[in-house]
Design a protein around this ligand. Structure first.
Ligand SMILES: NC(=O)c1ccc[n+]([C@@H]2O[C@H](COP(=O)([O-])OP(=O)(O)OC[C@H]3O[C@@H](n4cnc5c(N)ncnc54)[C@H](OP(=O)(O)O)[C@@H]3O)[C@@H](O)[C@H]2O)c1
Length: 235
Protein backbone atom coordinates (compact mmCIF):
# COMPACT_ATOMS: atom_id res chain seq x y z
CA UNK A 1 0.00 0.00 0.00
CA UNK A 2 1.23 3.50 -0.89
CA UNK A 3 2.27 5.86 1.90
CA UNK A 4 -0.47 8.44 2.58
CA UNK A 5 0.76 12.03 2.69
CA UNK A 6 -0.52 15.43 3.82
CA UNK A 7 0.50 19.08 4.03
CA UNK A 8 -1.26 21.08 6.75
CA UNK A 9 -0.73 24.85 6.92
CA UNK A 10 -0.91 26.65 10.24
CA UNK A 11 -0.03 23.48 12.11
CA UNK A 12 1.97 25.13 14.91
CA UNK A 13 -1.27 25.87 16.80
CA UNK A 14 -4.98 25.26 17.24
CA UNK A 15 -7.02 23.63 14.49
CA UNK A 16 -4.07 22.94 12.18
CA UNK A 17 -2.13 21.20 14.94
CA UNK A 18 -5.13 19.00 15.80
CA UNK A 19 -5.65 18.07 12.13
CA UNK A 20 -1.97 17.35 11.67
CA UNK A 21 -1.94 15.12 14.77
CA UNK A 22 -5.09 13.27 13.70
CA UNK A 23 -3.62 12.56 10.26
CA UNK A 24 -0.26 11.47 11.68
CA UNK A 25 -1.97 9.13 14.15
CA UNK A 26 -3.93 7.67 11.21
CA UNK A 27 -0.84 6.69 9.27
CA UNK A 28 -0.17 9.82 7.22
CA UNK A 29 3.24 11.34 6.66
CA UNK A 30 2.56 14.98 7.44
CA UNK A 31 4.40 18.19 6.58
CA UNK A 32 3.68 20.74 9.29
CA UNK A 33 4.28 24.45 8.79
CA UNK A 34 4.03 27.89 10.38
CA UNK A 35 6.22 30.95 10.83
CA UNK A 36 7.54 30.09 14.31
CA UNK A 37 10.62 27.96 13.55
CA UNK A 38 11.60 26.99 17.09
CA UNK A 39 8.07 26.02 18.03
CA UNK A 40 7.68 24.08 14.77
CA UNK A 41 10.95 22.21 15.37
CA UNK A 42 9.92 21.34 18.95
CA UNK A 43 6.48 20.10 17.87
CA UNK A 44 7.97 18.01 15.07
CA UNK A 45 10.70 16.51 17.27
CA UNK A 46 8.21 15.53 20.00
CA UNK A 47 6.06 13.72 17.44
CA UNK A 48 9.03 12.02 15.78
CA UNK A 49 10.04 10.77 19.25
CA UNK A 50 6.56 9.19 19.49
CA UNK A 51 7.21 7.38 16.21
CA UNK A 52 5.02 9.59 14.02
CA UNK A 53 6.10 10.55 10.49
CA UNK A 54 5.98 14.34 10.64
CA UNK A 55 8.27 16.94 9.09
CA UNK A 56 8.56 20.70 9.49
CA UNK A 57 8.96 23.38 6.81
CA UNK A 58 8.70 26.93 8.19
CA UNK A 59 7.00 29.48 5.91
CA UNK A 60 5.32 32.87 6.03
CA UNK A 61 2.30 32.43 3.78
CA UNK A 62 1.50 36.14 3.63
CA UNK A 63 4.32 36.27 1.06
CA UNK A 64 3.43 34.72 -2.32
CA UNK A 65 6.83 33.10 -3.09
CA UNK A 66 6.67 31.28 0.26
CA UNK A 67 3.74 29.16 -0.98
CA UNK A 68 5.92 27.92 -3.85
CA UNK A 69 8.89 27.28 -1.59
CA UNK A 70 6.77 25.46 1.01
CA UNK A 71 5.07 23.32 -1.61
CA UNK A 72 8.28 22.37 -3.35
CA UNK A 73 10.07 21.52 -0.10
CA UNK A 74 7.04 19.65 1.25
CA UNK A 75 6.51 17.63 -1.90
CA UNK A 76 10.19 16.69 -1.92
CA UNK A 77 9.94 15.41 1.66
CA UNK A 78 6.76 13.49 0.76
CA UNK A 79 8.43 11.83 -2.25
CA UNK A 80 6.30 13.65 -4.81
CA UNK A 81 2.93 12.41 -3.49
CA UNK A 82 0.23 14.58 -1.89
CA UNK A 83 -3.04 12.98 -0.83
CA UNK A 84 -4.33 15.77 1.40
CA UNK A 85 -3.76 19.53 1.42
CA UNK A 86 -5.26 21.39 4.37
CA UNK A 87 -5.41 25.17 3.88
CA UNK A 88 -5.83 26.18 7.49
CA UNK A 89 -3.34 29.00 8.26
CA UNK A 90 -5.19 32.23 8.82
CA UNK A 91 -5.64 35.30 10.95
CA UNK A 92 -8.64 37.23 12.24
CA UNK A 93 -9.10 40.99 12.05
CA UNK A 94 -12.03 42.70 13.77
CA UNK A 95 -12.35 46.18 12.24
CA UNK A 96 -15.09 48.26 10.65
CA UNK A 97 -14.88 49.08 6.95
CA UNK A 98 -13.82 52.66 7.81
CA UNK A 99 -10.92 51.36 9.88
CA UNK A 100 -9.46 49.09 7.19
CA UNK A 101 -6.81 50.53 4.89
CA UNK A 102 -5.42 49.06 1.66
CA UNK A 103 -2.26 47.48 3.20
CA UNK A 104 -4.23 45.66 5.94
CA UNK A 105 -6.79 44.54 3.33
CA UNK A 106 -4.01 43.13 1.12
CA UNK A 107 -2.23 41.46 4.05
CA UNK A 108 -5.27 39.47 5.24
CA UNK A 109 -6.33 38.57 1.70
CA UNK A 110 -2.79 37.32 1.03
CA UNK A 111 -2.75 34.98 4.02
CA UNK A 112 -6.38 33.84 4.21
CA UNK A 113 -7.20 33.58 0.50
CA UNK A 114 -4.21 33.96 -1.83
CA UNK A 115 -2.08 31.32 -0.06
CA UNK A 116 -4.87 28.66 -0.23
CA UNK A 117 -5.37 29.61 -3.88
CA UNK A 118 -1.67 29.25 -4.73
CA UNK A 119 -1.20 26.02 -2.76
CA UNK A 120 -4.33 24.48 -4.33
CA UNK A 121 -3.06 25.48 -7.78
CA UNK A 122 0.24 23.74 -7.01
CA UNK A 123 -1.48 20.66 -5.54
CA UNK A 124 -3.81 20.21 -8.51
CA UNK A 125 -1.38 18.77 -11.10
CA UNK A 126 0.11 16.45 -8.46
CA UNK A 127 -3.33 15.14 -7.46
CA UNK A 128 -4.36 14.90 -11.11
CA UNK A 129 -1.33 12.72 -11.80
CA UNK A 130 -2.27 10.51 -8.84
CA UNK A 131 -5.94 10.38 -10.00
CA UNK A 132 -7.11 11.69 -6.67
CA UNK A 133 -6.57 13.81 -3.60
CA UNK A 134 -8.42 16.01 -1.14
CA UNK A 135 -8.15 19.74 -0.51
CA UNK A 136 -9.61 20.91 2.79
CA UNK A 137 -10.18 24.64 3.23
CA UNK A 138 -10.84 25.99 6.71
CA UNK A 139 -13.43 28.72 6.23
CA UNK A 140 -15.70 29.91 9.04
CA UNK A 141 -19.31 30.70 9.92
CA UNK A 142 -18.07 34.18 9.02
CA UNK A 143 -17.69 32.75 5.51
CA UNK A 144 -21.47 32.26 5.40
CA UNK A 145 -22.55 35.45 7.12
CA UNK A 146 -20.92 38.80 7.92
CA UNK A 147 -21.38 41.03 10.95
CA UNK A 148 -20.24 44.54 11.90
CA UNK A 149 -16.47 44.37 12.16
CA UNK A 150 -16.05 41.19 10.08
CA UNK A 151 -16.17 42.62 6.53
CA UNK A 152 -12.55 41.85 5.65
CA UNK A 153 -12.30 38.52 7.49
CA UNK A 154 -15.67 37.45 6.06
CA UNK A 155 -14.62 38.47 2.55
CA UNK A 156 -11.59 36.17 2.83
CA UNK A 157 -13.69 33.28 4.18
CA UNK A 158 -16.56 33.74 1.65
CA UNK A 159 -13.82 33.79 -0.99
CA UNK A 160 -12.35 30.57 0.35
CA UNK A 161 -15.73 28.86 -0.08
CA UNK A 162 -15.90 30.15 -3.64
CA UNK A 163 -12.43 28.77 -4.33
CA UNK A 164 -13.54 25.43 -2.84
CA UNK A 165 -16.60 25.23 -5.10
CA UNK A 166 -14.49 25.86 -8.20
CA UNK A 167 -11.84 23.35 -7.11
CA UNK A 168 -14.56 20.76 -6.59
CA UNK A 169 -16.07 21.41 -10.03
CA UNK A 170 -12.68 21.46 -11.78
CA UNK A 171 -11.31 18.45 -9.91
CA UNK A 172 -14.28 16.07 -10.07
CA UNK A 173 -13.21 14.41 -13.33
CA UNK A 174 -9.78 13.63 -11.81
CA UNK A 175 -11.07 12.29 -8.50
CA UNK A 176 -9.94 15.43 -6.68
CA UNK A 177 -12.26 16.40 -3.83
CA UNK A 178 -12.38 19.83 -2.20
CA UNK A 179 -14.46 20.78 0.79
CA UNK A 180 -14.76 23.67 3.19
CA UNK A 181 -15.32 23.51 6.92
CA UNK A 182 -17.12 26.49 8.47
CA UNK A 183 -16.71 26.45 12.26
CA UNK A 184 -18.08 28.80 14.88
CA UNK A 185 -15.91 29.57 17.91
CA UNK A 186 -13.13 26.98 18.28
CA UNK A 187 -11.06 26.85 21.46
CA UNK A 188 -7.70 28.09 20.08
CA UNK A 189 -5.50 31.16 20.69
CA UNK A 190 -7.40 32.93 17.89
CA UNK A 191 -10.67 32.74 19.81
CA UNK A 192 -8.93 33.89 23.02
CA UNK A 193 -10.29 37.44 22.99
CA UNK A 194 -13.92 36.29 22.51
CA UNK A 195 -16.40 36.43 25.38
CA UNK A 196 -17.53 32.83 24.86
CA UNK A 197 -16.55 30.47 27.70
CA UNK A 198 -13.75 28.15 26.48
CA UNK A 199 -15.65 25.10 27.79
CA UNK A 200 -18.60 26.03 25.57
CA UNK A 201 -16.49 26.23 22.42
CA UNK A 202 -15.90 23.71 19.66
CA UNK A 203 -12.62 21.85 20.28
CA UNK A 204 -9.89 21.75 17.58
CA UNK A 205 -10.13 17.94 17.71
CA UNK A 206 -13.79 18.19 16.60
CA UNK A 207 -12.61 19.80 13.36
CA UNK A 208 -9.93 17.13 12.95
CA UNK A 209 -12.61 14.43 13.29
CA UNK A 210 -14.54 16.02 10.41
CA UNK A 211 -11.45 15.90 8.20
CA UNK A 212 -10.97 12.20 9.02
CA UNK A 213 -14.68 11.55 8.40
CA UNK A 214 -14.42 13.13 4.96
CA UNK A 215 -11.34 11.08 4.12
CA UNK A 216 -13.22 7.91 5.10
CA UNK A 217 -16.02 8.52 2.55
CA UNK A 218 -16.21 6.33 -0.52
CA UNK A 219 -14.82 7.57 -3.85
CA UNK A 220 -17.74 9.46 -5.39
CA UNK A 221 -18.96 11.02 -2.11
CA UNK A 222 -18.14 14.54 -0.84
CA UNK A 223 -19.23 16.83 1.96
CA UNK A 224 -19.92 20.45 1.07
CA UNK A 225 -19.63 23.45 3.43
CA UNK A 226 -19.59 21.54 6.69
CA UNK A 227 -20.95 24.02 9.23
CA UNK A 228 -19.84 23.29 12.79
CA UNK A 229 -21.85 25.12 15.45
CA UNK A 230 -22.21 25.06 19.18
CA UNK A 231 -25.39 23.55 20.57
CA UNK A 232 -27.94 26.33 21.07
CA UNK A 233 -25.71 29.05 19.62
CA UNK A 234 -25.22 30.73 16.26
CA UNK A 235 -21.44 30.98 16.01
N1 LIG B 1 -10.66 29.66 16.34
C1 LIG B 1 -11.83 29.92 15.79
O1 LIG B 1 -12.80 30.26 16.47
C2 LIG B 1 -12.02 29.76 14.30
C3 LIG B 1 -13.33 29.71 13.80
C4 LIG B 1 -13.52 29.56 12.44
C5 LIG B 1 -12.45 29.46 11.58
N2 LIG B 1 -11.17 29.54 12.10
C6 LIG B 1 -10.07 29.44 11.14
O2 LIG B 1 -9.28 28.32 11.48
C7 LIG B 1 -7.94 28.51 11.03
C8 LIG B 1 -6.96 28.19 12.15
O3 LIG B 1 -7.19 29.08 13.21
P1 LIG B 1 -6.91 28.72 14.74
O4 LIG B 1 -8.14 29.08 15.48
O5 LIG B 1 -6.37 27.36 14.87
O6 LIG B 1 -5.84 29.85 15.05
P2 LIG B 1 -4.40 29.83 15.75
O7 LIG B 1 -4.38 28.89 16.89
O8 LIG B 1 -4.09 31.26 15.96
O9 LIG B 1 -3.47 29.24 14.58
C9 LIG B 1 -3.19 29.95 13.42
C10 LIG B 1 -2.14 29.19 12.65
O10 LIG B 1 -1.87 29.91 11.44
C11 LIG B 1 -0.47 30.14 11.34
N3 LIG B 1 -0.20 31.41 10.70
C12 LIG B 1 -0.64 32.64 11.05
N4 LIG B 1 -0.12 33.57 10.25
C13 LIG B 1 0.68 32.92 9.36
C14 LIG B 1 1.50 33.33 8.28
N5 LIG B 1 1.64 34.64 7.93
N6 LIG B 1 2.17 32.40 7.57
C15 LIG B 1 2.06 31.08 7.90
N7 LIG B 1 1.31 30.63 8.92
C16 LIG B 1 0.62 31.54 9.64
C17 LIG B 1 0.03 30.14 12.79
O11 LIG B 1 1.40 29.74 12.84
P3 LIG B 1 2.62 30.75 13.16
O12 LIG B 1 2.14 31.72 14.18
O13 LIG B 1 3.70 29.84 13.62
O14 LIG B 1 2.90 31.40 11.83
C18 LIG B 1 -0.84 29.07 13.42
O15 LIG B 1 -0.29 27.80 13.21
C19 LIG B 1 -7.87 29.97 10.53
O16 LIG B 1 -7.94 29.99 9.14
C20 LIG B 1 -9.11 30.60 11.15
O17 LIG B 1 -9.57 31.69 10.39
C21 LIG B 1 -10.94 29.66 13.43
Amino acid sequence: MKEKTALVTGSTSGIGLAISDALAHNGYSVVMTGRRKTLLNDLVQKRKDEGLRVFGVPADLSLAPESDRLFEAGLGILNGRLDVLVNNAGAYVHRTVSEIDAPSFDALMALNLRAPFLLSKLAFPVMKRQSGGTIVNISSVAGLQAWAGTSLYSATKFGLRALTESLLAEGAQYGIKAFAICPGYVHTPMAGPSRVDAREMIQPEDIARIVLAHLSLSGPVVMKDVVVSRLGAEG
